[in-house]
Write a protein that binds this ligand. Structure first.
Ligand SMILES: C[S@@+](CC[C@H](N)C(=O)[O-])C[C@H]1O[C@@H](n2cnc3c(N)ncnc32)[C@H](O)[C@@H]1O
Length: 262
């Protein structure tokens, strides 16, 4: 079992926790924008669709509170053994509540400690210089109760989907689309329609969730359809049409329409 820190969009914490529990992982804690899970190793290959990002936890300590001395001691306690990796890495930190230190102070303390333990090359974000493309990303969270030190097992955040080549104005954030698809209660054999499909985000996330349903996407804008076809060349029937004239018999309509349809 690996302790895993899952980050979410605000409001989707419980849906992500439910998705993780359905996949057989043990949810330990749900808090603001975060779910902590005791996960089996396959969580990395099959991460929750509703998650924004996922990190493997390598250090835990009680949240040290306000002072920098407390922070230094807590980091010493939390970061004892981390995977050896000599490449470049960056650290991103966030915390809640008032502190006598800033996020770059946390990041630099963590970065310097990890560099000492691993021989890796720490890239500080303090000076606004872009980090090297090839790197691993560490995430530190002080949530008011616990200090978490974790590392992303992927090169890019989870919400950056490999299928997404194009977007249109109003395209959904993929984890939000995944959350909508979960709430739709899709089942095998369902006919699912998005009459304002845009670049296809909703149907492509829905198909990842329930591959045994059938999907159709309609949009009146040829550029949107081109984007949808580029994003999902298979598995969804995309067609041009006016939502006001679509009368397909369907089990579910999954959509985020435009403000105007005229
Ligand atoms: C907010 S976007 C949908 C974004 C999509 N969910 C995504 O994530 O890419 C709304 C889409 O509705 C389309 N649209 C607006 N009026 C329409 C109509 N009457 N019939 C069909 N499509 C329409 C627009 O062309 C636009 O692509």
């Amino acid at each position: 079992m690996q302790l895993v820190l899952v980050r979410t969009v605000t409001g989707l914490e419980h849906l992500a926790a439910e998705e993780l529990a359905d996949a057989g992982h043990r949810v330990v804690e749900v808090s603001k924008r975060q779910v902590i899970v005791e996960a089996s190793p396959e969580v990395v290959e099959r991460p929750p669709l509703v998650a924004d990002d996922l990190f493997e936890v390598y250090g835990v300590a009680p949240d040290p509170g306000r002072t920098r001395a407390g922070l230094t001691a807590a980091l010493r306690e939390a970061i004892r053994s981390v995977p050896i990796a000599r490449g470049a890495f960056a650290v991103s930190a966030s915390f809640q509540g008032p502190r006598n230190f800033g996020r770059y102070d946390v990041e630099d303390l963590v970065g310097e400690r990890i560099a000492r333990l691993t021989g890796g090359r720490y890239h500080s974000r303090r000076y606004g210089v872009a980090p090297p493309e090839e790197r691993s990303d560490w995430r530190v969270v002080l949530d008011g109760k616990t200090l978490w030190v974790s590392r992303r097992p992927y090169a890019v955040p989870l919400h950056r989907r490999t299928w997404r080549r194009q977007t249109v104005r109003g395209s959904l954030h993929p984890p939000v689309a995944a959350a909508m698809a979960r709430l739709a209660g899709l089942a095998p054999g369902h006919e699912v329609l998005d009459p304002f499909c845009g670049a296809g985000t909703l149907l492509l996330e829905a198909r990842a969730l329930e591959p045994r349903a059938r999907y159709a996407g309609v949009d009146r804008d040829p550029a949107a359809l081109e984007a949808a076809r580029a994003n999902g060349p298979e598995g969804v029937k995309w067609r041009r049409g006016d939502a006001r004239r679509v009368d397909d018999p369907v089990d579910r309509i999954l959509t985020n329409p435009s403000g105007t349809t005229a």
